[in-house]
Design a protein around this ligand. Structure first.
Ligand code: MRU
Length: 361
């Protein structure tokens, strides 16, 4: 996607080093970081300089490339892949990408591993772009249907967290259909959940949509149910960090509450994902998906730009009060209208997913 007229991906290679945007600096600054070591890649994932399930997977793959430059032995490769896999627990793309890299590299002689690793990581990144474009096309049809039913009126969508191009290699998952609908001339508007505690909605989704010229409004996380009750949301669309084989959806904390409100108000609730986000080994999302617990400081403190332009972190919770910070929740498939993948749309059920991915049966 473009930023001020310049086309970017969210991760790219310059020579052999790996470039990313420091997403902790957005929306105040567009800082590009140069990753040259495994530890820098691991830090980027852990500290959320990069985040979003597909992007984490791609950066982990490139992190393994950087690790192999230092030591391409089998022993080091297994150790470094295991270390990168530990950086974040919930998004399955991380493990998927590293498993794919290891499968490709285990049978490659050590002297050819670095080149093979860069080629495989590039393939992972390119395939993610193609998959997200496919999601965009299948999701666009849903938005076109809504637009056709309310001629001359704006289509109102609601999204949570950031599932745009910054969360993937390009296009995004939930935002891909929105960009394509906007580009197709559909009059649309997006309600953007701020997404406390890390504010991926207010800081990243709003920034992305603004750069692309998409009409949007940032709302407090608690506002979505009210807007749905008053007919101001035609469709909710979110991304996901892991989908079970039965269609349960792990996504940023607060997604479940939006799905409940959507069900109560007959608002379609769609989840957009590349197939790399499906964990075919897991059936019950609520009990089987590990939920990342992050620092209490993300809840008690807020970072933002002060009137004089400086960036500051302030405490908003009462001094001494402890805070809990589960970063994801699981929305049972029964609350999901359907899944949008690169192969098409399906019900959020085992049968629905197997219909699109019969080779997994
Ligand atoms: O903690 P994050 O920012 O990595 O979480 C990402 C999300 O939960 C996104 O909303 C998303 O839908 C998954 S990535 C497309």
């Amino acid at each position: 996607m473009k930023v001020d007229g310049v086309a970017y991906r969210s991760v790219w290679v310059d020579g052999w080093s790996v470039r990313i945007f420091d997403q902790t600096k957005l929306p105040w600054a567009l800082d590009i970081l140069n990753l040259t070591t495994r530890d820098q890649a691991a830090h980027a994932i852990k500290s959320m300089q990069v985040r979003g399930a597909p992007l984490i997977g791609a950066v982990a793959a490139y992190g393994l490339c950087l690790a192999l430059r230092a030591d391409a032995s089998s022993e080091a490769m297994e150790r470094d892949a295991a270390m990168l896999a530990e950086t974040r627990p919930t998004a399955i793309n991380l493990r998927w990408a590293l498993d794919r890299m290891l499968t490709r590299l285990r049978n490659t002689p050590a002297q050819g591993r670095v080149d093979a690793a860069y080629a495989e990581a590039a393939a992972i990144a390119d395939e993610d772009v193609a998959q997200c474009a496919g999601i965009g096309r299948y999701g666009l049809e849903l938005i076109q249907d809504i637009a056709a039913k309310k001629p001359g009126q704006r289509v109102n969508l609601l999204t949570h967290c950031n599932a745009g191009w910054l969360a993937t290699v390009d296009w995004g998952t939930a935002l891909a259909p929105i960009y394509m609908a906007h580009d197709a001339g559909i009059d649309l508007h997006v309600w953007v959940d701020e997404t406390r505690p890390r504010n991926q909605g207010a800081a990243l989704t709003a920034w992305e949509l603004g750069k692309h010229g998409v009409a949007h409004t940032v709302i407090a996380d608690n506002a979505g149910g009210h807007l749905m009750q008053h007919g101001q949301v035609d469709m909710a669309i979110v991304g996901t960090d892991r989908v079970t084989r039965t269609g349960d959806v792990a996504n940023k904390i607060g997604t479940y509450l939006k799905a409940l409100a959507a069900r109560d108000n007959d608002v379609p609730f769609w989840v957009a994902l590349p197939s790399t986000t499906i964990d075919w080994t897991v059936s019950d999302g609520v009990t089987e998906i590990p939920i990342e617990e992050r620092s209490a400081a993300e809840v008690t403190d807020l970072t933002g730009r002060m009137a004089d332009g400086t960036i500051a972190t302030i405490r908003v919770a009462a001094g001494g009060s402890p805070a809990a910070n589960p970063a994801f929740d699981v929305t049972p498939g029964r609350l999901v209208t359907g899944l949008i993948t690169e192969r098409g749309r399906c019900a959020a059920t085992a049968e629905g997913l197997l219909g699109l991915f019969p080779e997994r049966g």
